[in-house]
Design a protein around this ligand. Structure first.
Ligand SMILES: Cc1ncc(C[n+]2csc(CCOP(=O)(O)OP(=O)(O)O)c2C)c(N)n1
Length: 691
């Protein structure tokens, strides 16, 4: 079927689906309130378009004309400062309805101080407002679905009848995370309302090229526990009824609803787009007939709620209000602060020295210390919630790290997630947005963290920065990593350099049981998101054992451990390769009589540059050893910093020993050729010492 034919069939179905909805009447006051909200939003869009044309500061505009009725109706239902809003970038009218002022919209548009969304850090229309519980929005379409489901889970746990609002266009529902979110929300009866404003286009791509069914409404018919409503989004009353029903269901504990509102996009996708390139002249000419403001005006006049003159007066008054706001905003200073709020800036255990570890007692394996740290911290903080694949009940994780947590703390605090890493990270992200919740999630293997990467790097790591400290994502992501276990290509990967490279994410990688406990406990008391990498080869290694450092022990991040003091060469490493370093140092002592100072970094963000430089000042030689690939590995960063800041101290070039730039194969004889071996370290140390 051609695109045009598909459009026609879809249009027919639209009429059929929307005609059946009840038509509860709204009062004159509510109609006029919506009308004002719609006109204010449209006037602001026109104002911003003008500012853009005049080159007065904005560089980009994305607008909502055509979608105002649906949004104004939704804003009547959701409660500002009570419910939680995960918005679409076209949701300006909804934001205004909740209470965002024209000044605030324009501060954001012109990147002036006082922009409540991002302090000028994000493009316009990336809404956020802490006091109104409008959660910071990134530019990634589709990430909001899982976050809103996670927030719904928090609302359910809190039992106060609060609801999460989640809005998007229909194109964005093609993202896999949409289906994952519906699944999770339906499975857990999350009080989340998914509001899809179907304007038929995703930039230039028509719905018929996007979705196998006529509408996303039809496409998701099979989710048990998901209520669905389709409505005419050009009609305030129809949308209000749909949203009200969805909100009431959610609030009383009946679970999620998908509301699909058919709307129209009157303007181009954005100021960078030209709709004439993909919409016919006829289609564009007919859009005006579907303008919801004009339709509402006709309704108001027909029902004697207002006269034409009164409506014109409202428009003129709002135009003046917007012009006044514009003049005031143009006088405001530009946002200047670009560097703060990457991390939490107050004192916290991961940035402060903790108590000394206890050193007596039976040495314990690392996996047991990780398990004990979680038990102790969950007892201490009842907002810690553990989830991931197979973490619950009898099994307690494929490596038994979470063993006993469900039995001890109940299924709500340690539950199995669906087999979907984006779900795990996205739900955690939403849960961590407020209320003190502290998700402690497990990604089963580092090799499988990639489906979650959008949520981790673009959402979790950026949340505090992009919202100018209004929102944050304190959580811990535990993930077993690394090789030396014949795990083959997909159970051996190191992910150090990928994540250590991202501002906003703390990264830890212990090599000993006591460090693992101290770092994990500090992470769980932190205000920042922490990626906690666990070298699985060390889980039960006798050489990684240490006595339990104690229930109060927390270990500051960014402080290396001197594994072996030495005089002649510094060997910097972390994770699995600490053991290779120890073996190599012994051989060097024997063969050359030289003493090697081994430093275990323990964390990669932050990493202890000063500690390394102090050692290099003494030894004047340095080798960096790690398990991740050589090219672009974290060793390159360390080596470059030593070169930049301590060149004069060096008697030899800094050398790196790392995995070959090859995937880690399964066979023992093959793995040995790829992952760093003791002999490689001995060879590099010898070369450095003999330089
Ligand atoms: C993950 C991601 N991919 C691509 C983009 C670029 N992009 C921004 S908006 C958009 C279209 C979204 O369409 P739809 O969901 O229908 O919403 P509408 O703009 O029609 O309201 C695209 C492709 C993005 N921001 N994020």
């Amino acid at each position: 079927m051609s695109v045009t034919a598909k459009k026609k069939t879809a249009a027919k179905k639209d009429t059929m689906a929307t005609a059946t909805l009840p038509a509860t009447r709204l009062s004159k006051e509510l109609h006029l309130r919506c009308y004002r909200t719609m006109v204010l939003s449209r006037t602001l869009d026109e104002k911003c378009a003008l500012l853009l044309k005049q080159s007065k500061g904005g560089t980009f505009q994305i607008v909502g004309p055509g979608q105002e009725a649906a949004q104004a109706a939704a804003s009547l239902v959701f409660r500002a400062g009570v419910d939680w809003s995960y918005c679409h970038y076209r949701d300006q009218c909804y934001n205004i309805g909740l209470g965002v002022s024209p000044e605030e919209i324009l501060l954001s548009f012109l990147a002036r101080e006082g922009d409540p969304a991002s302090g000028g850090r994000q493009m316009p229309s990336h809404f956020g407002h802490a006091a109104l519980r409008i959660v910071s929005k990134s530019s990634c379409v589709g990430t909001q679905y899982l976050q809103a489901a996670g927030r719904g889970l928090a609302c359910k746990y809190e039992g106060k009848g609060e609801v999460a609002y989640c809005s998007s266009g229909e194109g964005t529902t093609s993202q896999g995370e949409f289906y994952e979110a519906l699944n999770f929300a339906a499975l857990h009866k999350c009080p989340t309302v998914f509001f899809v404003q179907d304007n038929e286009y995703a930039i230039s791509t028509h719905r018929s090229e996007e979705t196998a069914s006529a509408s996303i409404y039809d496409q998701v018919a099979g989710f048990r526990g998901l209520h669905r409503i389709r409505c005419n989004g050009l009609n305030i009353e129809q949308t209000y009824n749909a949203i009200k029903e969805a909100h009431e269901r959610a609030s009383r504990g009946d679970g999620p609803t998908l509301v699909v509102a058919d709307v129209v996009r009157l303007w181009a996708h954005s100021s960078s787009d030209n709709a004439a390139l993909y919409r016919s002249k006829e289609e564009i000419a007919n859009l005006d007939k579907r303008d919801p403001i004009k339709l509402e005006e006709a309704f108001l006049i027909e029902h004697d709620f207002a006269t034409r003159d009164e409506l014109d007066a409202i428009k003129a008054e709002i135009k003046q209000q917007v012009d006044r706001a514009g003049n005031w905003v143009e006088e405001q200073p530009f946002s200047k602060d670009a560097l703060s709020h990457v991390f939490f800036e107050g004192p916290q255990p991961i940035t402060s020295p903790g108590p000394a570890p206890k050193t007596e007692g039976e040495p314990q394996v690392m996996i047991d210390m990780i398990n004990r740290a979680m038990h102790e911290e969950m007892r201490r903080n009842d907002k810690i919630v553990v989830f991931g694949q197979d973490v619950a009940k009898g099994k307690g994780g494929v490596f038994t790290a979470t063993k006993g947590l469900t039995e001890k703390f109940g299924i709500e605090r340690c539950f199995n997630s669906p087999l979907a890493e984006a779900t795990i990270a996205g739900i955690a992200c939403g849960l961590a947005h407020g209320g003190g919740w502290k998700p402690l999630i497990e990604i089963q293997f580092g090799d499988y963290i990639f489906p979650a990467i959008q949520q981790i790097v673009n959402e979790i790591a950026t949340c505090r920065y992009r919202s100018n400290n209004a929102w944050a994502n304190p959580m811990v992501i535990r993930v077993p990593v690394g090789g030396y276990i014949q795990g083959g290509m997909y159970h051996s990967q190191s992910i150090d350099s990928l994540f250590a490279h991202r501002p906003g994410l703390r990264v830890a990688i212990p090599s000993r049981a006591d460090d693992a406990k101290g770092l994990l406990k500090a992470a769980l008391r932190s205000e920042d998101p922490v990626l906690f990498m666990e070298p699985k080869f060390l889980y039960r290694q006798a050489r990684a054992k240490a006595p339990d450092p104690g229930e109060d022990y927390t270990l500051e991040f960014g402080k290396l451990r001197v594994v072996l003091p030495g005089r002649d060469v510094t060997l910097v490493t972390w994770g699995n390769t600490v053991l290779k370093a120890i073996d190599a140092a012994k051989e060097i002592e024997k063969s050359l009589g030289a003493s090697v100072e081994i430093l275990d970094l323990r964390t990669l963000n932050p990493w202890d540059k000063d500690g390394i430089l102090e050692s290099v000042a003494k030894t004047n030689r340095c080798v960096v050893l790690h398990e991740d690939f050589l090219t672009g590995g974290f060793g390159a960063e360390i080596s470059a910093r030593i070169m930049e800041e301590a060149f004069e101290m060096l008697d030899a070039p800094v050398l790196r020993v790392a995995a070959k730039d090859v995937y880690c194969p399964y066979g023992a004889a093959l793995e040995e050729q790829v992952l760093p071996q003791t002999a490689w370290v001995v060879e590099a140390l010898t070369r450095t010492l003999q330089y």
